[in-house]
Design a protein around this ligand. Structure first.
Ligand SMILES: [Zn+2]
Length: 157
């Protein structure tokens, strides 16, 4: 498939250190192929997204068009830790660095997945005023992730 829109990458900046049937909020997401260990953070994102009057429709659309979330080995020279791809057929997928994901904290796992989902689900660009949508990964607490996600889903971008 040809990539026709944008591919977003989230980068790890060295030095700063931080750049079956499954229904979520009544939406069937069983067709979305993803590692089991990402289901909880994915469900968290969808639950919060479905609470947003502004972006609820995007969540429904994403539930149909998000094809898969998969691990990828970007190679030892790459600082990319996650990407969102949008394809010409309207489908989307997310890739997550396998080596990064398997060696980082629960908070970093959640912020990475939520960051990529915001790109894919609502088309959020990299914003300068939230840690969550910075192109560089920052250390965030679960509360900070929640605050930033709700802020972006309430005001847009
Ligand atoms: Zn990004």
């Amino acid at each position: 498939m040809k990539i026709f829109k944008r591919a977003f990458g989230l980068f790890l900046l060295l030095g700063i250190g931080a750049c079956g049937t499954n229904k979520v909020a009544g939406i069937s997401t069983s067709h979305i192929d993803m590692p089991l260990e990402m289901r909880e953070d994915f469900s968290y994102f969808m639950d919060v997204c479905m609470e947003s009057p502004k972006f609820r429709g995007h969540c429904h659309y994403a539930a149909r068009t998000l094809d898969r979330i998969e691990y990828l080995d970007y190679g030892p020279e790459s600082h990319v830790i996650g990407t969102c791809y949008r394809y010409s057929a309207g489908m989307q997928n997310i890739t997550i660095s396998s080596s990064y994901y398997k060696s980082t904290s629960e908070e970093n796992k959640r912020s990475l997945l939520v960051h990529e989902l915001l790109h894919c689900v609502i088309g959020a660009p990299h914003l300068n005023d939230t840690k969550l949508m910075s192109p560089w990964q920052h250390y965030m607490t679960m509360e900070e992730i929640d605050d930033d996600l709700k802020l972006i889903l309430s005001r847009g971008f």
